[in-house]
Design a protein. Structure first.
Lengths: 141, 214
């Protein structure tokens, strides 16, 4: 019995591998398609790449966190682009001199998010411009 | 015996954003402001350093602020320049999505004019290790996010008074933990051991400073 069991397992192994590989490919494709659908186009509903829970203590407009949460909760992709642009105008240090890790992390998320939105809206040149800026950030680390 | 001049910079403060320094950034799960926590911890570090003088060390401690006021990033660094400080430690707390955890310490990159990057990094590693160990002893869910390069205004060597030829001031900024996480808020603000935990973190920072200035 143990021998038969081992033999059977050896014979079916390649089949199992192929089936598992096909299943994995299907899952990856399905996930990718789902992600494309979920992010939406210009006028569609906006869902940020990373989900953020509502803040336990909501912050006022004009503060870094308040403006960040406002952009995260934009109803449409177009409105999100507007809000992230406003966020970066207000909170990205013009001279690149950050105050702390909190500011750096939130500004970086905003830069990534706006870049992703520009590509989603088909504005490739604007997206590329933001991508180059992010590469600058990565080079300094 | 350790000796030297140490500048402790509690991040943020006041109600106005001034010269790159916002009045406040992170808010704890229960609503405690980061600016309040940085001042509280900064004063504990000051007291612990001054108490160490009684044990044979010789520190001069200068605070960038002792009340709820804000100073520009350059003004904070200038305090170190004006007192010919050996060390500047800027204290901050972090926040993101109420889930991310960890301790990180930041130094200015060489590419952004840091004339004593290696010295800053050595100091930062001591701070990072001691603070992480202190928090990890209370809560194993914290993470060691390490020492990272970041262009921060308060660590600007020109404002600190450092030059290529004369760069006595080592400087770093510690992000103690993510206070928007409920467990961290309990650890540092609302739990029954919060006061003792804050004192232990202050002592950990003091131990790192003593080690750096020996």
């Amino acid at each position: 019995m143990p021998d038969r069991h081992r033999l059977g397992r050896g014979n079916t192994s390649p089949v199992v591998v192929v089936v598992v590989a096909l299943a994995l490919c299907a899952a990856v494709v399905a996930t990718a398609c789902d992600r494309r659908r979920s992010t939406g186009a210009a006028g569609a509903g906006y869902r940020p790449f990373y989900s953020m829970p509502a803040a336990a203590t909501p912050q006022a407009r004009g503060t870094l966190k308040g403006d960040f949460d406002r952009a995260m909760s934009a109803p449409t992709v177009d409105e999100a682009a507007t809000r992230w642009t406003e966020f970066l105008r207000a909170h990205e240090p013009a001279d690149g001199e950050y105050e702390d890790g909190f500011q750096r992390d939130h500004v970086r998320v905003a830069q990534y998010e706006l870049m992703r939105i520009e590509y989603l809206r088909g504005r490739v040149e604007e997206g590329d411009k933001l991508l180059r800026k992010l590469e600058d950030v990565l080079r300094t680390r | 015996m350790a000796k030297g001049t140490v500048v402790i910079d509690p991040g943020h403060g006041g109600t106005e954003d001034i010269g790159g320094s916002d009045a406040n950034h992170a808010v704890s799960f229960s609503g405690v402001l980061e600016k309040t926590m940085t001042l509280q911890l900064g004063l504990l570090v000051r007291d612990a350093l001054l108490a160490a003088n009684g044990a044979g060390h010789n520190f001069t401690v200068v605070m960038t602020r002792t009340t709820d006021v804000n100073l520009s990033l350059a003004a904070r660094a200038n305090v170190a320049r004006d007192h010919k400080a050996d060390l500047l430690l800027s204290i901050h707390f972090n926040g993101f999505n109420a889930a991310v955890r960890g301790v990180e310490t930041l130094v200015r990159p060489v590419a952004d004019g840091n004339v004593n990057h290696d010295d800053d990094t050595a100091f930062a590693r001591k701070i990072q290790q001691r603070v992480f160990d202190a928090i990890h002893a209370k809560d194993p869910n914290t993470k060691d996010r390490g020492v990272k390069d970041q262009k921060l205004g308060v660590l600007n060597d020109v404002a600190l008074g450092n030059t290529a030829a004369n760069h006595r001031c080592r400087a770093c900024l510690v992000e103690v933990e993510f206070i928007d996480v409920e467990a961290v808020d309990k650890l540092l603000n609302t739990g029954p051991s919060a006061a003792a935990n804050r004192r232990d973190i202050a002592h950990a920072i003091t131990a790192a400073i003593i080690e750096e200035l020996k």
